[in-house]
Design a protein around this ligand. Structure first.
Ligand code: MN
Length: 306
């Protein structure tokens, strides 16, 4: 079942907006991928660029993937890691961690990339937090382009990045009018986003700021660039069976999970759970108020009533 899911523009920090493509009201997860923001391309000449103050996460991994620019990550586990295009910053939150993300004071003129989250399954959601940086991701050239396996496994290439469920995140670069037949796993579901240019996916046109959900049961998909060069990102994985409660920067299972995480973050340094991010020039982000109604666990897609 194919679905074209239009993104929506949301503010991120004080100076940037992003296109939010997941979760979508009609599709909350693709495999374990539960969040997908496309930011830029945006000129950040003489501007602060990305400035996201310290904030907490739980129950997920954050995946940062840049096409242009530079972002400096700091976290409460003591990591301080700058990321460049072609590199992966992967933070596994487990039970809790906090981080900040910022364009360094001296930065390239443009900022463009993806920020994704992967939901952690029951066996890993309360685990220890960690941070990993990878600059040696497997890449395979083909006639008219190349792909990079950012997360998971694809066509015999395996990313060194830590994963907890069977999934894939694949960056695909195409020359003008070049095409590639991507081999897919029928037990996975997939979606694809265009980051630059335009493509057709099995004949359907796709441009930036929409996510094309491809569904399950597919053995391959043909992606072809339009008149200009194109770059897209394929996400996929085994359909995530657990129901989730996603609120602010937290992925939980129940209303109480979220309530507790919010309270622990509000306790600041009195709670050891999320820790302290050192070195960011600014105050941590306070959590918004909880909604007055209970948060409800939700499955991968709304149950359709006919
Ligand atoms: Mn974050």
């Amino acid at each position: 079942m194919r679905q074209l899911l239009p993104g929506r523009e949301v503010p991120l920090g004080k100076y940037t907006t992003v296109q939010r493509l997941l979760p979508h009201r009609a599709r909350r997860t693709v495999g374990a991928w539960c969040f997908l923001d496309h930011f830029g391309p945006q000129s950040v000449i003489n501007m602060p660029g990305m400035q996201v103050p310290p904030h907490p996460h739980m129950g997920l991994q954050t995946v940062t993937w840049l096409l242009e620019g530079e972002v400096l990550h700091r976290d409460s586990a003591g990591s301080r890691q700058s990321i460049q295009p072609g590199e992966l910053n992967l933070m596994t939150a487990g039970f809790g961690i906090a981080h900040s993300e910022e364009s360094p004071p001296e930065h390239p003129p443009s900022l463009h990339g993806l920020q994704l989250w992967v939901a952690l399954p029951a066996g890993a959601k309360d685990g220890e937090a960690r941070f990993d940086h990878h600059d040696d991701l497997p890449r395979r050239p083909f006639a008219g382009g190349a792909y990079t396996v950012v997360m998971g496994e694809f066509a015999g290439l395996t990313s060194p990045a830590l994963t907890f469920t069977p999934l894939v995140g694949l960056d695909v670069v195409l020359d003008p009018e070049a095409a590639v037949e991507l081999p897919l796993r029928p037990d996975f579901e997939y979606a694809i986003v265009v980051m630059s240019g335009a493509v057709t996916v099995d004949g359907s046109s796709l441009s930036p700021h929409s996510l094309l959900y491809l569904g399950e049961g597919l053995r391959s998909s043909r992606v072809q660039a339009g008149a200009g060069p194109a770059r897209c990102f394929l996400v996929g994985g085994e359909p995530f069976a657990e129901e989730l409660v996603m609120w602010w920067n937290f992925v939980g299972r129940t209303h109480e999970d979220i309530e507790r995480a919010r309270a622990d973050w509000a306790d600041g340094e009195r709670s050891a759970r999320f820790g302290t991010v050192h070195g960011y020039a600014g105050a941590p982000l306070p959590a918004p108020p909880l909604p007055t109604t209970r948060l409800t666990p939700r499955g991968r897609a709304p149950v359709t009533s006919s």
